[in-house]
Write a protein that binds this ligand. Structure first.
Ligand code: ZN
Length: 500
């Protein structure tokens, strides 16, 4: 997309605590935004005077007193399922209101492109039903730009989506012809600026995929400078071999790996981040590996009786057969119906649920690990979404930095900005740096806090004061969305046509 020149006044953010996204401690200073870019990051009063004089003489300079506030790069939500939401609900308030300025869609093997259908099957139906209209990544990118979402959108191509399009029988691995068809779609997506490939071999629709199939597609992403993000095959008892498989797939394909929403799920598995994190560290000595994490002990996905063990709490977030059960616990429903929890789950399907399958010490070990970055994994189409959709980023700041003191502020911000842009090859974002795109958040470090809960999942966060996307003031704490909707489809830094 070409640079849009405009005659808006410049914006000078004055006297805030600058935490620039690189992971270094904050310092007091001023940030100048001109058009869609950051023009200067300077000590207080040290913004180049000639630059300010020229701006004052032309479009003017609006000053924003940021005393007591943190000025940071806009947050990058590396793990989202906002593919359709960015088009259907383009204000993107659940994300913008957290200070998020870029979302990465297409995670867990699930992407809109290149599937065209009016009856998407699970797990693609996590993206809703209306937007499976894009047979190429290019068409999806055009649809995003036409929708003018409130935040930027960068995209992974989903392996499960490719299987649904090209593999005749999902209970087996792709044959040679099917692999070639999937690889051709992968090339198209990379040409259109996709970040790389995602997979969700955890889901039964992709479970039969073998190493040959995954490498055939992933190596196309590798040749084009992409990344590989995966929801591994098993986050329960078989987590160690599943991590090994993910690392092997990335290594054989020649791709950097991102392990999605790293967790040790299920009571038998609690505490095992003491094993998984050392394994990830060991693997990361031989290849590039990162991971994402959300700050909650509950996960959320489609309703599946095999994830119901009768021990953990399961909160029904939506049911097509019994919509009235949304917001209730499976144990209570099962008792009322006088059936087992598994049987109740079968009766409630298709639906979605939150599974309280993690333990806090594991979550803390992953969040504080130097290889982790923050991704919400929010599900925007659920009637009663997991609160991570509206609250993940402020919750990390409130709970893991300010209250528990487990992260330094600059570390927490780095995991939401600079590290995220570097791992996913997003150029000119994720840092407060002159010439970078002006994606910026100003927040109150004493007040920032998530508002969303499992009972009240659609609540604004507190303390997110102002958010700029591509230089446009897009959110304020007092007026919420400004209507600017200045987001766009963001191409990976190495793509042939990337600009801005
Ligand atoms: Zn996932």
């Amino acid at each position: 997309m070409t640079t849009m020149q405009d005659n808006r006044p410049a914006t000078l953010l004055k006297g805030g605590q600058i935490v620039d996204g690189a992971g270094v401690p904050g310092w007091t200073g001023d940030v100048l935004l001109v058009g869609e870019r950051i023009a200067s990051v300077a000590l207080p009063g040290q913004t180049p005077p000639q630059m300010l004089a020229d701006l004052r003489a032309t479009n003017g300079v609006e000053e924003v007193d940021c005393t007591g506030m943190v000025i940071a790069p806009g947050f990058i939500d590396v793990h989202t399922h906002d593919d359709a939401a960015a088009i259907e609900k383009p204000d993107m308030l659940p994300k913008l209101s957290q200070g998020v300025t870029t979302v990465i869609v297409g995670n867990c093997g699930i992407s809109l492109a290149p599937v065209v259908t009016d009856a998407p099957l699970a797990p693609l139906s996590l993206l809703g039903r209306e937007q499976f209209l894009h047979s190429t990544m290019r068409a999806y990118a055009d649809a995003v730009n036409a929708a003018r979402p409130g935040v930027n959108v960068a995209a992974l191509l989903g392996h499960t989506a490719l299987r649904m399009r090209h593999v005749a029988a999902l209970d087996r691995a792709a044959d040679e012809g099917e692999r070639a068809a999937m690889a051709a779609d992968m090339q198209e997506a990379m040409d259109a600026g996709a970040l790389g490939l995602s997979s969700g071999v955890f889901y039964k629709e992709a479970y039969a995929a073998d190493l040959d199939e995954l490498v055939a597609v992933a190596s196309v992403a590798a040749r084009n400078g992409g990344v590989y993000a995966t929801h591994i095959r098993d986050e329960l008892a078989g987590i160690l071999p599943a991590l090994q498989e993910a690392a092997l797939t990335a290594r054989q394909s020649g791709l950097p790996l991102v392990i999605s929403h790293h967790k040790c799920a299920g009571p038998d598995n609690w505490g095992r981040t003491r094993e998984t994190l050392p394994l990830i560290e060991q693997l990361a000595r031989g290849q590039e590996i990162g991971m994402d994490v959300y700050p909650y002990t509950a996960g959320s996905t489609v309703l599946r009786e095999d994830l119901v063990d009768g021990i953990i709490d399961v909160l029904i977030t939506g049911s097509e057969t019994h919509p009235e059960m949304g917001g209730r616990y499976l144990a209570d429903i099962a008792a009322e119906w006088r059936v087992s929890q598994q049987e109740a789950a079968v009766r409630l399907k298709p639906g979605n649920a939150c599974y309280f399958q993690m333990r806090e010490d594991d979550v803390q070990r992953v969040i504080t690990h130097p290889l982790s970055m923050i991704g919400s994994d929010g599900l925007p189409h659920d009637e009663r979404p997991h609160p991570r959709l509206w609250g993940a980023f402020p919750r990390v700041l409130a709970s893991y930095w300010r209250e528990k003191g487990l992260l330094r502020l600059e570390e927490a911000i780095h995991k939401m900005t600079g590290m995220s842009a570097a791992r996913f090859r997003i150029g000119e974002r994720g840092l407060l740096k002159a010439s970078y795109m002006a994606d910026v958040v100003v927040f109150d470090p004493l007040r920032v806090k998530d508002g969303a809960t499992f009972e009240q999942p659609r609540q604004f966060s507190e303390g997110i004061e102002r958010v700029w996307v591509n230089g446009a003031l897009s959110y304020t704490a007092s007026d919420r969305a400004t209507g600017a909707r200045a987001g766009r489809f963001v191409m990976r830094a190495s793509s042939p046509t990337a600009s801005g």
